[in-house]
Design a protein around this ligand. Structure first.
Ligand SMILES: [Fe+2]
Ligand SMILES: [Fe+2]
Length: 193
């Protein structure tokens, strides 16, 4: 799925469903971080009009996702907890290029975002197919579609704006790295846990 090397064990969905307040809190903050990331891409790459347009749409959509998750939290009588640390995303960030040219770093920021969208999409799919809660299963199916579109958008811009980076080759390196990394996860009620 989306080139990912390893699919999530469906038993992770049981762990997630065993603590809905926790998974929803973590998920809500994932959406906020995705919106923030899109805004940051606008801030540093304002010369690309089509990128700014697309990132504006993504930032709005991610905050709509935040609002949807927050509404579910409220309807169910839960409380949105403090922002959870996302160790998985921290490891991906470490892998991203920070010492290359401006263009190399920019392309890797787009691939970093595409990677998170791809795995989030896969995790939402795992939830939608395995949890017993029908409302949430339907909700996660809808979000899966939306995050798959974001994944495509980030990859498209990486290919459009690269100067010297071989995007297909670099994307393969990302998939290899992520395939190893994800093996340490899948045991916690967090979206990337
Ligand atoms: Fe989202
Ligand atoms: Fe997204």
């Amino acid at each position: 799925m989306l080139g990912l090397k390893l699919l999530t064990d469906p038993r992770w969905a049981d762990i997630a469903e065993s603590n809905l307040e926790e998974i929803l809190t973590d998920h809500c903050w994932c959406e906020q971080k995705a919106a923030t990331n899109a805004i940051t891409l606008i801030t540093y790459n304002s010369e690309h009009e089509d990128l700014v347009t697309a990132m504006t749409e993504i930032a709005i959509e991610e905050m709509q996702h935040f609002q949807m998750v927050h509404n579910i939290i409220k309807e169910r009588g839960y409380t949105l907890g403090r922002e959870r640390k996302d160790d998985y995303v921290g490891q991906l960030y470490k892998f991203s290029k920070k010492d290359g040219s401006r263009n190399e770093c920019f392309i890797d920021k787009l691939l970093f975002a595409a990677m998170i969208e791809a795995r989030s999409c896969e995790r939402f799919r795992t939830l939608s197919q395995n949890i017993k809660d029908e409302e949430l299963a339907k909700f996660y199916h809808e979000l899966m579609v939306s995050e798959a579109n974001h994944y495509t958008t980030f990859l498209k811009f990486a290919k459009k704006y690269t100067e010297k980076v071989d995007v297909d080759k670099r994307w393969k390196e990302w998939l290899e790295f992520e395939g190893e990394l994800i093996q340490s996860y899948g045991n916690k009620e967090h979206i990337h846990g």
